[in-house]
Design a protein around this ligand. Structure first.
Ligand code: GDP
Length: 490
């Protein structure tokens, strides 16, 4: 596995048409006999068709080498502290770009067309011999998109809130995305230099969003900053370093590097330049790297900030890398191998797989219908004995949100936890779908509709958007679903 529907039907001795039919009943569209099935899909169909399937691992380099590299455990004594990787999130114009510029000592905001951050920037900033790596994504969508692709680069999220505006709709979204990523949140209460700002008002808003400031007895650090006047910058860095110390982020510099590609481009005569973040190990000039369906030998590396050349990059270091044959995609993981022909083989296998029509439909996305099934085979992350049903709720008015919340609290169940990742007023957005896809959530839409882009992405990712116009319909459905879980009385 993956295997095509054709080979699946041959192996199972079931007519192809029947396999296709079963898949269509399961809601999978756009498939043909050459579509690829992944392991989980194959298992789902097998269950649906009452077949037992036996797994024969085909020894692909992909699963043997890459899995070994991904799963290799580093011994406790090989681990040393690494810099925290920090991402800025927040409402547009609240000062993300300005804060990062100030911290790295440059000024691009003023020169930027329209002030829109186009690219993912990643820089390492040093303070008293200790480093923080900042990754600036153009929005929380990009942040969650990375997560959706399995590229969890962020250790700490800095939520930027302008003191004059306070919490805005995108701030709320950013909070949900950061919470869903389960990373510590630090608030930069920015633009504190503006006259007449009332920081208590913002602290109250934060508290209302379950981010209680530490000065009010909660666990969220709020740092008052001014990116234009340079206020609170040291304190912000200090706070991030303290959180890093508390969380003991560690890595092993003495192993082959693994990490993530943030972005890449073709740069004239320099060829492909890929911006990578090393998550573990040390990346060196001369290393053979495979990243998605591209590969190559590293010809040169440069510092992302100064452009000066580097021979090696250790854990948490962002670096521009030259030597790939093609531009790797944002969010792809990279691995170092010892043999260029193996790297080529893996890259080519992946390219073949992705050029074929991928069967994304029957993968893991949760829906109300399959929740029960997913519960049973433990695919929904059963920690603390409770299974989580992740929900994102969108509604036309605040009153409906409150009413839904109230109804949901009545649905206590010993084995299922209903977790609302995000609830807000307005139509279903692209960001909601990305969040749902990264967090295996179902989106409930109350008297609102998804916009076209959101709908298209939801189709592509097989994210379920359920529309309602009466509240009890939603709660009834959830109730039925979790009650199905109840064990028979003894
Ligand atoms: P982003 O969209 O969150 O990246 O916000 P920017 O960094 O582009 O900032 C938006 C605007 O707010 C720019 O005109 C900045 O000069 C201004 N700005 C950013 N930080 C501050 C601050 O601390 N104080 C004041 N007064 N203005 C700021």
């Amino acid at each position: 596995l993956p295997c095509s529907i054709r080979s699946f039907s041959e192996a199972a001795g079931v007519p192809v048409g029947k396999v296709l039919g079963t898949l269509m009943q399961m809601g999978v569209a756009d498939i043909n006999i050459n579509s690829q099935l992944d392991l989980e899909s194959a298992e789902l169909i097998a269950t649906a068709m009452d077949l037992t399937i036996e797994l024969k691992e085909t020894e692909t380099l992909e699963n043997s080498l890459i899995m070994e590299l991904e799963n290799r455990e580093d011994s406790e004594d090989s681990l040393i502290p690494r810099a925290p990787i920090v991402t800025f999130l927040g409402h547009v114009d609240h000062g993300k770009t300005s804060l990062l510029d100030y911290l790295i000592g440059i000024n691009v905001v003023s020169g930027e067309a329209g002030g829109i951050t186009q690219h993912i920037r990643a820089y390492e900033v040093e303070k008293d011999g200790r480093s923080v790596t900042f990754v600036d994504t153009p929005g929380h969508e990009a942040f969650t998109e990375m997560r959706a692709r399995g590229a969890n680069v962020t250790d700490i999220a800095v939520l930027v809130v302008a003191a004059d505006d306070g919490i805005m709709p995108q701030t709320e979204e950013a909070i949900s995305h950061a919470k869903a990523a389960e990373v510590p949140i630090v608030v930069a209460l920015n633009k504190i230099d503006l006259e007449g700002v009332d920081s208590n008002r913002v602290l109250t808003q934060l508290t209302e969003h379950q981010l209680t400031p530490s000065e009010w007895g909660g666990d969220v650090e709020v740092v008052r900053t001014s990116a234009t006047k340079g206020i609170g910058m040291d304190e912000l860095l200090e706070t991030l370093l303290t959180i890093a110390e508390l969380n003991e982020y560690k890595a092993n510099p003495d192993r082959e590097a693994i990490g993530v590609c943030l972005e890449s481009e073709q740069q004239g005569d320099r060829g492909v330049v890929a911006k990578l973040v090393v998550q573990n190990g040390t990346l060196r000039v001369g290393d053979i790297v495979v990243c998605g369906s591209t590969y190559g030998r590293i010809r040169a590396m440069t510092n992302t900030l100064t452009g000066s050349s580097m021979m090696e990059a250790g854990p948490s270091t962002p670096v521009n890398v030259m030597g790939f044959d093609q531009a790797p995609g944002a969010g792809e993981r990279f691995h170092v191998l010892d043999d260029i022909s193996k790297a080529r083989e893996i890259a080519e296998t992946r390219e073949d797989a992705s050029s074929q029509e991928m069967l994304s439909g029957v993968t893991t996305k949760v829906s109300f219908e399959n929740f029960q099934e997913m519960l049973e085979d433990g695919r929904l992350g059963q920690n603390e004995d409770k299974v989580k049903l992740n929900l994102i709720i969108r509604a036309d008015v605040k009153g409906s949100l409150e009413a839904i919340q109230k109804e949901l609290t009545k649905l206590e169940h010993p084995e299922v936890e209903i977790k609302v990742l995000q609830q807000s007023v307005g139509g279903v957005s692209l960001a909601d779908v990305t969040l749902a896809s990264a967090s295996n959530a179902v989106i409930a839409a109350f008297n609102v509709i998804p916009d076209e882009k959101a709908r298209a992405l939801a189709d592509e990712r097989n994210v379920e958007i359920r529309r309602y116009n009466v509240i009890y319909k939603l709660t009834d459905e959830i109730k039925l679903m979790i009650e199905g879980r109840l064990k028979p009385e003894e």
